[in-house]
Design a protein around this ligand. Structure first.
Ligand SMILES: [Zn+2]
Ligand SMILES: [Zn+2]
Length: 231
């Protein structure tokens, strides 16, 4: 019985005595061992506006110099490279909610001030959240909150309708898919951070940023575990 319980906890990612990446014991640090932590990729010089990796410290990447994205700042842990794709896939499709907590903690260690008034996890449609059992963006926000005392508001933003999965859509199709996909309650915040797992084209964040600016929010940051190299 105890063996079965232990196996269940291990396969569901809820065994706190082991590193979530290599499964070695790491009692002193609950989610990831020192060695795996040291080997994680980082971004030396991310573009402050879109987190695109730059060769040297610069003001903005070429793309942002031509056209700035609607949000004011983007911060991520790293590009979408190992071990992040596996961590995020298991977070979304294999019930490993604890991976969200780990990603949030890793992200929080790389964030720089000024910090926002509130964290706004990108909402899932209620049906998708019901089927998954949780919103992965909310799990990441909880991980950020383990390190930084910023409140989470997961009630003010909501998906107005069920949108098709974005995974196989082009940037243009994504924009059409997302038109008026979100609604917001009246907000009193001035500076917010939208939290999500991966930024691909940025269509979802652009849609939400416009909505927040209409609500009177002046500073919108995008915080995500990773961004893909698509630019
Ligand atoms: Zn490890
Ligand atoms: Zn940029």
């Amino acid at each position: 019985m105890i063996k079965r319980l232990r196996t269940h906890l291990q396969t569901s990612g809820l065994w706190w005595g082991q590193c979530l990446l290599c499964r070695h014991d790491c009692q002193h640090q609950p989610l990831i061992c020192q060695q795996c932590l040291a080997e994680l990729p980082t971004l030396a010089y991310p573009c402050p506006r879109c987190a695109f990796p730059l060769a040297i410290e610069d003001t903005h990447c070429g793309q942002c110099q031509q056209q700035l994205p609607p949000w004011q700042r983007m911060q991520v842990i790293a590009d979408y490279i190992a071990p992040f794709p596996r961590l995020i896939y298991d977070l979304k499709y294999h019930q490993k909610s604890l991976h969200g907590r780990l990603l949030g903690q890793l992200l929080a260690q790389r964030l720089t001030p000024p910090y926002p008034d509130v964290l706004l996890p990108v909402p899932l449609h209620w049906w998708r959240q019901f089927r998954r059992g949780y919103n992965q963006a909310f799990e990441i926000a909880k991980g950020i909150q383990d390190i930084l005392p910023i409140p989470i508001d997961h009630k003010s933003l909501r998906r107005a309708r069920y949108t098709a999965s974005q995974t196989h859509l082009s940037k243009r199709q994504r924009q059409q898919n997302l038109q008026q996909a979100f609604i917001s309650k009246p907000l009193a915040y001035k500076h917010v951070a939208l939290v999500d797992d991966v930024i691909t084209t940025g269509s979802t964040m652009a849609e939400l940023t416009q909505l927040l600016h209409h609500q009177g929010v002046s500073q919108v940051e995008v915080w995500a575990a990773c961004r893909t190299l698509v630019h």
